[in-house]
Ligand binder design. Structure first.
Ligand SMILES: Cc1cc2nc3c(=O)[nH]c(=O)nc-3n(C[C@H](O)[C@H](O)[C@H](O)COP(=O)(O)OP(=O)(O)OC[C@H]3O[C@@H](n4cnc5c(N)ncnc54)[C@H](O)[C@@H]3O)c2cc1C
Length: 505
């Protein structure tokens, strides 16, 4: 019998386990695949190291605080990542300090000067209010901390709370339309790119808080280095990690989670179960549907996730490519903006492509004299579904098709990085099927629940506790909006779940 079984060794599961192990709890992590870290994993191709998921993250001080709290006092420094957008209409660095960014926008969009000033004034108040939301708002806390926050809320945080309440369901599109005329400006402020604004105002404020106020950073030990620190700590404190051990079922008795069955049928029992697998996987695949209310399952089923991606990894010879238009190590590039309703998924010119100069993050990632790039573009799982015939099994022709598509993507990126195709030394490709089978994400989803207000049926912000007792959810899908950005929010929920278990046992 274990104190806690954790399903999944992603950063959420590792953080939760390490914190529990630090307090003497007997923990067992069951991980489906062959490595820890989940999607925050790196892999080697030739002499290059590439990231499966996260390229950088926000809230570095919170990440350090969570590690310190566990007892991991590693000296980690952080390097800031910058973000640039190039479209036919604009070329801008948008990861700037908030007031500088405002001034730059006023220069670029002089007709909207007054609207920009008014929008920044109103939005700036909201940004300030939500910047530390997890420190004071009960909706982002659990257990005793939540009770305490409820008591203090109106005495100490009335103003922030009222702003939060005013904007949490308000469409950002309506507000942007009220203040601004220029559509490319509205799209930039409403999506940090070229998409129509679809989020509520609070979610938008979380995104700008991460981008402009907290910043986005890369740790000196690498993101995978943090995973390793946690693994070492868990094992040093007698925690067990079993790789290649998929959980097939969470066992429920009298509405309480009592254990899990792994592939092959073996049963492990524990007082608590923590699931780091994504929400839909847990509720739609790992639980007996007769043990959960149909209403709850319908909400989970009918609330959308973010979509998936097509990704090309390149090891390059920098002498053969002109990288001069990249003024930041993350460039979002869109060659044309067509308004057509019928989206052609292979028309990369009409899509936003993230181009990350990955080797800038660490000299370990590319051999001397070489560089590496990660190219990413939205791609629905549906577009690739026809090739899937079983886990890690593909129909004949899949490989040729993904290489053909990669060539198209590289051709488009070549418009902004001339010479790219002749500079390539190493190439690897990930598709939505990769994120489904290797990333273990439901239909290859990338970044949590959908940002589109109309596609959300869930009301709570924190989804750590569901309808089953002693079953807790951690990771990026255990919050409705990744209010700290992806990686830190997964750590935060892992830490919260551990606090709750420690408090109740
Ligand atoms: C392509 C991509 C790019 C991203 N970029 C960024 C970024 O730049 N910055 C950022 O902050 N975030 C980014 N993210 C989000 C990122 O995934 C999260 O920030 C974070 O790594 C998620 O950690 P997690 O613990 O929530 O879950 P995961 O990393 O998904 O881990 C879940 C774990 O559960 C395991 N599991 C699933 N089912 C089972 C089962 N049945 N039995 C046992 N184990 C199981 C999985 O194998 C996996 O190891 C990106 C994600 C992707 C995919």
């Amino acid at each position: 019998m274990y104190d806690v079984i954790i399903i999944g060794a992603g950063i959420g599961g590792l953080t939760c386990s390490a914190k529990l192990a630090s307090k003497g709890k007997r923990v067992l992590i069951l991980e489906k695949i062959h490595h820890i870290g989940g999607t925050s994993h790196i892999f080697r191709r030739g002499n290059f190291l590439f990231p499966m998921g996260p390229l950088s993250f926000s809230f570095p001080n919170l990440v350090k605080e969570i590690l310190d709290d566990i007892g991991i006092n590693q000296n980690i420094s952080f390097q800031r990542s910058n973000f640039q957008l190039i479209t036919p209409e604009i070329d801008i660095l948008y990861s700037q300090e908030w007031n500088n960014f405002k001034e730059r926008l006023k220069e670029l969009y002089p007709k909207d000067r007054i609207g920009i000033e008014k929008f920044f004034l109103e939005f700036g108040k909201l940004l300030k209010a939500i910047s530390q939301v997890n420190r004071w708002h009960p909706e982002f806390l659990v257990g005793k901390k939540r009770e305490l926050a409820e008591l203090k809320l109106l005495k100490l945080h009335r103003e922030e709370y009222e702003l939060y309440e005013k904007y949490k369901e308000k469409s950002s599109k309506i507000i942007l339309d009220e203040y601004l005329e220029n559509n490319s400006l509205k799209r930039l402020l409403g999506s940090q790119g070229t998409f129509e604004p679809v989020m509520n105002m609070v979610h938008l404020a979380f995104m700008w808080n991460v981008m402009s106020i907290e910043g986005i950073w890369f740790p000196s030990c690498g993101i995978h280095g943090i995973n390793e620190l946690l693994r070492e700590y868990i094992q040093k404190n007698d925690g067990e990690i079993k790789l290649n051990t998929p959980v097939n079922e969470i066992i429920i008795e009298n509405n309480k989670a009592i254990g899990v069955k792994i592939k092959g049928g073996e049963l492990y029992r524990a007082h608590w179960i923590v699931a780091n697998a994504d929400y839909k996987k847990v509720f739609l695949e790992l639980l007996n549907p007769n043990k959960v209310s149909k209403l709850y399952l319908d909400v989970v089923k009918n609330t959308a996730y973010t979509g998936s991606e097509f990704c090309v990894y390149l090891g390059i010879n920098p002498e053969k490519v002109d990288l001069s238009r990249m003024r930041a190590d993350h460039l979002f590039y869109r060659a044309k903006i067509l308004k057509s309703q019928d989206i052609d998924n292979e028309d990369f010119e009409n899509k936003e492509i993230e181009i990350c100069l990955w080797s800038n993050k660490s000299s370990d990632f590319a051999p001397e004299g070489m560089k590496s790039l990660v190219l990413r573009v939205n791609m629905p799982y549906k577009h690739f579904e026809r090739w899937w015939i079983g886990e890690k099994k593909r129909k004949k022709g899949y490989k040729e098709y993904k290489y053909e598509l990669a060539e198209k993507l590289i051709d488009t990126v070549e418009q902004v990085l001339p010479g790219l195709s002749s500079s390539i030394q190493v190439k690897e490709i990930a598709t939505p099927l990769t994120y489904n089978d290797w990333g273990q994400r439901y239909r290859g989803s990338i970044a949590g629940w959908s940002r589109v207000i109309k596609k959300i049926r869930i009301k709570s912000r924190l989804l750590l506790q569901g309808p089953i007792e002693r079953l807790l959810m951690v990771g990026i899908y255990s919050v409705l909006e990744p209010f700290l950005g992806g990686y830190p929010v997964s750590m935060y929920t892992g830490s919260l779940a551990a606090d709750l278990i420690l408090e109740k046992s």
